[in-house]
Design a protein around this ligand. Structure first.
Ligand code: FAQ
Length: 311
């Protein structure tokens, strides 16, 4: 019976059909999805912090309203993603516990500081830009709940990307000091953003199986290349330099060549030793502890309601 179930699963994957929560699936497929979806959810929730730091310092009411909406969207994305992961049989408490004890990863990019207002625009332009590039193919992921969540998330991310770019365009039309501030933010974020796509294909242990299962559709290096090619003309319109002397158009490949990424810095950050890892996790754990009374009250209320219904 096990082989029959496996054959049926393989056939559905080969036919590009969706796998749904009630369907049989190999344990390793379930485990990979819980890993990826929960890490994606954690990234959204931790990702609220770098920009959240600027809500009270946004330069106008309009920019503050936009930023509040964006950060709320990120909270929403985290919640759909936790719900999608829960359909695989892992509870939210388990996932949060893994995050809070440092066992689960979240995207390396959120361990970098937001030093100026320009960083908020650059996160929208480059970080959300990279997130969309990675997430568009996930809308075709073989696991139904994840694929469907990604459709809405991508729509919202594209608004996020445009608001970031528009904010930077406004700053680039400002004073020389504002333009310098944007260039400085681009210089600091460019390389960590390129690393966001994950290790080179040759050093990516999960890629081959992820591709076979139709979870991953496009490889880390291919997505990184597409992102570089899409971003170069945007940087030109904006009037900023991308901080890479080796970045140039390759006529033969019809793609840009770019310089070497510092993978030691990437792994140090992934492994907890980036510039803000301790601060990010500390803030998250504190917020969780401070919210304990809300969870307790909600549970007590639900228990009371249930007891009343039984009477
Ligand atoms: N950071 O074998 P692979 C956002 C880990 S966007 C930390 O290539 P895989 C929106 C990887 O987990 C950001 N760790 O792994 C937003 C694995 O370790 P593990 C979130 C990374 O899974 C914008 C190991 O390295 N997006 O939040 C990173 O095939 C603005 C080996 O790597 C997603 O999570 C990294 N950058 O490919 C919010 C998208 N890269 O787990 C706020 C969904 C790799 O075995 C503001 N995820 N690692 O212990 C994916 O597409 C994939 O999981 C990849 C990695 C592409 C990230």
């Amino acid at each position: 019976r096990q082989t029959q179930l496996q054959t049926r699963f393989d056939e559905r994957i080969d036919a590009d059909q969706k796998i749904e929560p009630q369907d049989w699936m190999p344990e390793a497929y379930r485990k990979t999805l819980v890993r990826q979806i929960s890490q994606h959810a954690h990234s959204e929730i931790i990702g609220m912090q770098p920009e959240g730091n600027w809500i009270s310092r946004a330069p106008s009411l309009k920019r503050k309203a936009i930023l509040l909406a964006k950060v709320q969207d990120e909270g929403g994305h985290g919640l759909y993603l936790y719900s999608a992961a829960e359909t695989l049989g892992t509870s939210r408490e388990q996932m949060l516990d893994s995050l809070h004890t440092g066992r689960a990863k979240y995207s390396s990019i959120f361990n970098y500081p937001t030093l100026t207002w320009a960083d908020v625009g650059v996160i929208g332009w480059l970080v959300d830009g990279a997130a969309i590039m990675n997430q568009i193919p996930l809308c075709r992921c073989s696991y139904g709940p994840y694929a469907r969540a990604m459709i809405r998330v991508c729509k919202e991310e594209s608004f996020h990307q445009r608001q970031g770019y528009e904010s930077l365009l406004a700053q680039m039309k400002g004073t020389p000091a504002q333009r310098d501030m944007v260039q400085d933010a681009v210089n600091r974020w460019w390389w960590p953003v390129l690393a966001m796509f994950g290790p080179p294909d040759a050093d990516s242990p999960n890629s081959a199986q992820g591709m076979r299962w139709g979870i991953k559709r496009v490889s880390n290096d291919e997505l990184r290349q597409k992102f570089v090619d899409a971003t170069v003309p945007q940087a030109r319109v904006l009037g900023v330099m991308l901080p890479d002397p080796d970045l140039k158009w390759n006529e033969e490949r019809q793609q840009h060549d770019y310089g070497a990424i510092d993978w030691d810095e990437f792994w140090a950050t992934v492994n907890g030793n980036g510039p803000c890892n301790k601060e990010r996790l500390g803030t998250r754990v504190k917020a969780h502890m401070e919210g304990q009374w809300v969870r307790d009250a909600a549970l007590a209320h639900a228990a009371k309601q249930k007891a009343r219904q039984l009477k």
